[in-house]
Ligand binder design. Sequence first.
Ligand code: NAD
Length: 418
Amino acid sequence: VKRILQNWPHANVRIIVVTDGERILGLGDLGANGMGIPVGKLSLYTACAGISPADTLPIMLDVGTNNPDLLKDPLYLGLAEPRLRGPDYDALVEEFVTAVQQVFPKACLQFEDFGNSNAFRLLHRYRDRACTFNDDIQGTAGVTLAGLLSSEKLTGIPLAQQRILFLGAGEAGIGIGDLIVEALKLQGISTDAARRQCWFVDSKGLVVKSRTDLVEHKLRFAHDHAPLATLLEAIEALKPTALVGVSGMPQTFTEPVVRAMAKLNAKPVIFALSNPTSKAECTAEQCYTWTEGRGIFASGSPFAPVTFNGILHVPGQGNNSYIFPGVGLGVIASESTRVTDEMFYTAARVLAELVTEQDLMVGRLYPDLKRIREVSLKIGTAVAAVAFDRGLTPMLRPADLEAHVRDVMFDPHYPDYV
Ligand code: NAD
């Protein structure tokens, strides 16, 4: 692996996005065809946060695929073998992370679209050993927390009084739950009480203590409650203030589900985050129609504005690209040796603070994407400040941190010659 990395012609790699293609968006196992994700995410680093393309490196760890269509496709370019699992897989990832640290010692390593059994384990294994994060777990959490913090301004219900019900208890859902817990702890709420504000429904129903089929990452959110089979039953029993869809299952926020949320709440918060658009739990129009225009909606993929009863609603896009480019920028600019949860919480807070009155007037929970360079600069500066405050960098703190971060941003313009 080290020899392969040494073939790359640019020495100063600062950000790597790596996938093994097992869980691409909500599309599942695309094997080596998942390479579009690292390439696309790095393009977003350049477009949204001004990271020089020469400092980026997309990587696909081709460990086979369990996608039967790809395995029998004679034109499939990847390794046409079942996925590598167990100790051999772990040894390969270990060799890979070690080689990255040796060949590109200043690189931040972003894990993207790994299957959830590997994603949580690998994050746990490397987060305190390397400059690394998992975007599906931590980036998603950042952007969703920002949406919840903005929604406070419309509902009048502070995060500390929200009850949040998730459909889907995978990387995105549990990652969001964990970051909400961190945010609530900073407000003085105990870990247990904070966890009890987050409830999960997975493919087998409500996640509760008495279930014996729960994988480790769900256990901390398995509360004492009678088992319930459906999302609708869970809504009726738990009376959530916010519903977050991260299941990859389209049209699961059905009319009865959305209407039940509208009956319980003056302004129900409904986030349909599954990507791509075809996988969204409900559309923007369905949400506004079934809540009679009272719903506060955000989605993972874009939806066009909707006019309902003569009022314009602009759905916010809770896309990770609001968060990870700015976090990466801050890590690069500060030469931070770690990426921490505090950085994602800080990024969420800064993002929510950048939402304007005009955004809120049309129900948009995120700043206009046209402002993304400014957003990334502000997030980058706040994240770099965390790195300096926590002693995570050998660098001396620049006197004007924002000016320093701005200087790091690549601007694809030639100087004007006179
Ligand atoms: P994952 O595979 O880790 O988790 C999926 C979860 O959904 C699992 O807990 C599974 O049990 C549950 N599930 C599956 N079918 C279900 C059903 N019928 N009812 C209830 N639960 C069901 O995947 P993930 O990384 O958590 O991603 C899930 C979705 O969220 C994907 O579509 C992904 O594109 C989307 N996502 C969006 C963003 C974003 O836009 N900000 C970020 C990350 C993930």
